[in-house]
Design a protein around this ligand. Structure first.
Ligand code: PMT
Length: 403
């Protein structure tokens, strides 16, 4: 992190009414230390916890509290138009609900509706409230419209209970702010085709073969590429994740369906990233009705290979940059190198899925990136979003070197 990394950036910091309001003071300090110009808007409830004077002293600006203040009655428009980022921290369940409904009944909610700046919410509330279906629905609505909502962390809450709802760490918040404010637009001329998630191969109408992929790595790639200006077609197997906003998302179930969609969109793509964990086998003859036990102790299923989606693209290539993933439990480099060659890839991201917190399902990953010449980069354990950005950086360098 360079010292004045946020110099010239204007941030509106909205502070909600939670005991975590005091943590907004620490964030404000970090932001101004990095050179950001921060103006603070406090809700009426926030002022029950902290006085505006603290924020005023640290930001060097008067704190805004009133939509109808007579001294500057266009504050909401000025802040909305000049902000590079609106950060709401802490964001209470009430604020999240009001933003999700598009209400504009105080200064903060009004300026959010009036602004085109990215919006980042840092929730803080009791774990039970966070997990309430209505709060989750509101978070989903916001995420679908492109609002970045951080997930609260697990730990001891202000109530003394242990659960989800803890304010995210300062480092997590700062890295989200920095990535939103410093996102390069270096993929404007690229059309990306990205796959994610597992596939489901039917055994009978109620059972299927699958694997442990959650889709998180592929979703992080699709979202990051879109934010860097790419046109993204995103083909995902079944996951519980919300489709990335602004991304053309196509849901499929089987390897065959994924292959059909990949082939349909391949010709337009300039970069293909296959993060999906495609099932290698499917049932040769899936049962049309539910299989019954009928007393037998063992059941054998006849399996046939699924199509090698990326391997079959080699013949159709017209200059696309092809990136594959490999999830391995042994001989990581050898296996990934073999797949790179056999599948005609330009680059492969090799995950050692035996490593704790890496590979399937986790929010973090560690990987070794390889090309035809060997190791390109050894990436230590990091959030999948950060890894997505690093993979895109590496691809960008290769695309630039080709021109
Ligand atoms: O989804 P997450 O929980 O976030 O986890 C991420 C991940 C571990 C699933 C992902 O990062 C990953 O490693 N994906 C590839 C999984 C894998 O084991 O792939 P593979 O070794 O079977 O295949 C190698 C490459 O060929 C992959 O790019 C795959 O998409 C592709 N492939 C595989 C089989 C097939 N029939 N067709 C294919 O195109």
């Amino acid at each position: 992190m360079t010292t004045k990394q946020l110099f010239g950036k204007r941030i509106v910091l909205g502070v909600g009414g939670s005991i975590a309001a005091y943590k907004a003071i620490l964030l404000l300090r970090r932001l101004t230390d990095l050179g950001a110009d921060v103006e603070v808007v406090m809700t009426a409830s926030a002022r029950q916890f902290i006085t505006p004077l603290t924020f005023q002293t640290l930001s060097g600006h008067p704190v805004h509290t009133d939509l109808f203040a007579t001294d500057d009655n266009m504050t909401h428009l000025r802040l909305a138009e000049t902000a590079d980022l609106i950060l709401v921290s802490p964001a209470t369940a009430n604020l999240i609900g009001r933003f999700a409904q598009g209400l504009a009944d105080d200064l903060l909610s009004t300026l959010i509706l009036a602004s085109h700046a990215p919006l980042l919410l840092v929730p803080a509330m009791d774990g039970g409230m966070w997990q309430h279906p209505l709060v989750q629905q509101n978070v989903k609505t916001l995420r679908e419209t492109g609002v970045e909502v951080l997930d609260p962390e697990f730990g001891t809450l202000a109530s003394g209970h242990i659960g989800w709802g803890r304010f995210p760490s300062e480092e997590t918040i700062m890295s989200s702010i920095i990535s939103l404010l410093t996102m390069p637009g270096d993929y404007h001329n690229e059309v990306l085709l990205i796959t994610a998630g597992p596939t489901h191969e039917a055994i009978d109408p109620v059972r299927y073969i699958t694997n442990r992929s959650s889709g998180k790595m592929g979703y992080a790639l699709a979202q990051s590429a879109q934010k860097r200006g790419a046109q993204v077609t995103f083909i995902t197997g079944p996951t519980s994740l919300t489709p990335p906003p602004g991304v053309h998302t196509i849901s499929v179930s089987t390897a065959e369906e994924m292959q059909d969609e990949v082939h349909k969109h391949f010709a337009r793509a300039t970069v293909v990233i296959m993060a999906a964990a495609v099932a290698d086998y499917r049932l040769t003859h899936p049962a049309e009705t539910k299989l019954k036990k009928q007393g037998q102790k063992h059941l054998s299923l006849a399996l046939s290979l699924t199509p090698d989606i990326v391997g079959n693209l080699a013949a159709k290539k017209t200059g696309q940059f092809m990136v594959g993933f490999a999830a391995e439990t042994e001989n990581l480099i050898e296996e990934a190198t073999r797949k790179l060659k056999e599948k005609g890839l330009d680059m492969i991201v090799a995950n050692d899925v035996t490593q704790p917190d890496a590979g399937f399902g986790s929010d973090t990953n560690a990987a070794i990136v390889l090309d035809a010449h060997g190791i390109v980069e050894d990436m230590p354990l990091m959030p999948k979003r950060g890894m997505a950005m690093k993979i895109l950086d590496l691809i960008r360098v290769c695309l630039d070197n080709r021109q």
